[in-house]
Each structure stands twice: as C-alpha cells, then as structure tokens.
Design a protein around this ligand. Sequence first.
Ligand SMILES: CC(C)(COP(=O)(O)OP(=O)(O)OC[C@H]1O[C@@H](n2cnc3c(N)ncnc32)[C@H](O)[C@@H]1OP(=O)(O)O)[C@@H](O)C(=O)NCCC(=O)NCCS
Length: 167
Amino acid sequence: MNVSDQTNPEPANRERAASEWYWSEDGINFHTRKWVRPEDLNANGTLFGGSLLRWIDEEAAIYAIIQLGNYRVVTKLISEINFESSALQGDLIEMGLTATHFGRTSLTMRAVVRNMITRKRILSIERLVFVSVDEDGTPIPHGYSAITYDRDRMPREHPRTDSVRLP
Ligand SMILES: CC(C)(COP(=O)(O)OP(=O)(O)OC[C@H]1O[C@@H](n2cnc3c(N)ncnc32)[C@H](O)[C@@H]1OP(=O)(O)O)[C@@H](O)C(=O)NCCC(=O)NCCS
C-alpha cells in the first residue's frame, strides 16, 4: 500500500469483504489503538465487550470535547451495538469516530472498531450522542455545525482548576 492509499479515504461501502483492508472506512480515520490485555478478556477468553465500550465512550468523550469546545460533555445515548467479530489477548485493535450530526446542544457520532490482526471489523455503532452541559449539568448550546480537524476549539477553562495554561 502506498502513501496516497493511506491519505485518500475509500468510498463508502459497508459490504466489503472482511479480508480487504482500508486505512479509512466510510470517512472514518482510525487514530486510537489498543493492545488487548489479560484484564480485558471475558470468561470465554476473548475481548470483554464492557472493556471495549469503556474505551469507545472515552474516545467519543474526547472527540466531543475537541469538537464542541467544552470539557463538560456527557454521554446521552449509545444506539444498537453490533458485535461482528472479536479479539484475543495480544491482538491490536483500532477505533475510529466521526461526527454525523451537530445539534444545538448535542453531537452525534458514528464509531467503528477493527481488529488489526484479523483485519475484521469488531463492531460498529451508528449513533453515539453526547450533550454539552454547564456546571449544573444543564444542556448548553455549543454553537458549532461542522467538524474541525484542528485544535481551534480546545477549551480554555478546565472544570477542576478553572484555568488551562495556554502555550
Ligand atoms: C444529558 C442530559 C443533561 C440531557 O438532558 P435532557 O433533559 O434530555 O435535555 P434536552 O431535552 O434539552 O436534550 C439535550 C439534547 O440531547 C438530545 N437528546 C435528548 N434525549 C435524546 C435521546 N434519547 N436520543 C438522542 N438525543 C437525545 C436532544 O435532542 C438535545 O439535543 P439538541 O440540543 O442538539 O437538539 C441528561 O439527560 C443527563 O444528565 N443525563 C445523564 C448523562 C450522564 O450522566 N451520562 C453518563 C452516563 S452514566
């Protein structure tokens, strides 16, 4: 695979053969990777779904903070989760997210997780909804309507310290 293959997203096609491998899938780039450790396994000896959901929830929270410019984002909804394949101890998995809808106070994302070793998709989640809230937990408008690929919206106030040192 050459460099141009890595940078050019492939066209949307959710019915691809599992053996095919793409750097990007349906516009999703896979930035975060995890190594499946013994503590991430279920009684069957395969990746525990709860561990995976924890990782996705954290990844989505970070993505929402970057997109909405607010540290205070909370998970509102996770839609149907389709576990398509699994992973074994030592496997490497990669997670990808993309924003699919900017609401007034919410952000909706789509998630895909893949096994880098088997080259199979582990799961997809069509809708993860996060809501931007104030210090009382009340939804507040975020004011954004499109994805940023930069760090221009990074919050300048941290809930714990009330300030963030800027470079
Ligand atoms: C998130 C929370 C503040 C929203 O409160 P709410 O009373 O539903 O607020 P609203 O009705 O104003 O809705 C806020 C946004 O969520 C969206 N929303 C509400 N219910 C939804 C649902 N079931 N599915 C999708 N989006 C939903 C609304 O459309 C709205 O988005 P918009 O402003 O972009 O249009 C509240 O439900 C809450 O605190 N939930 C717990 C969050 C949490 O603790 N998460 C961690 C999991 S333990």
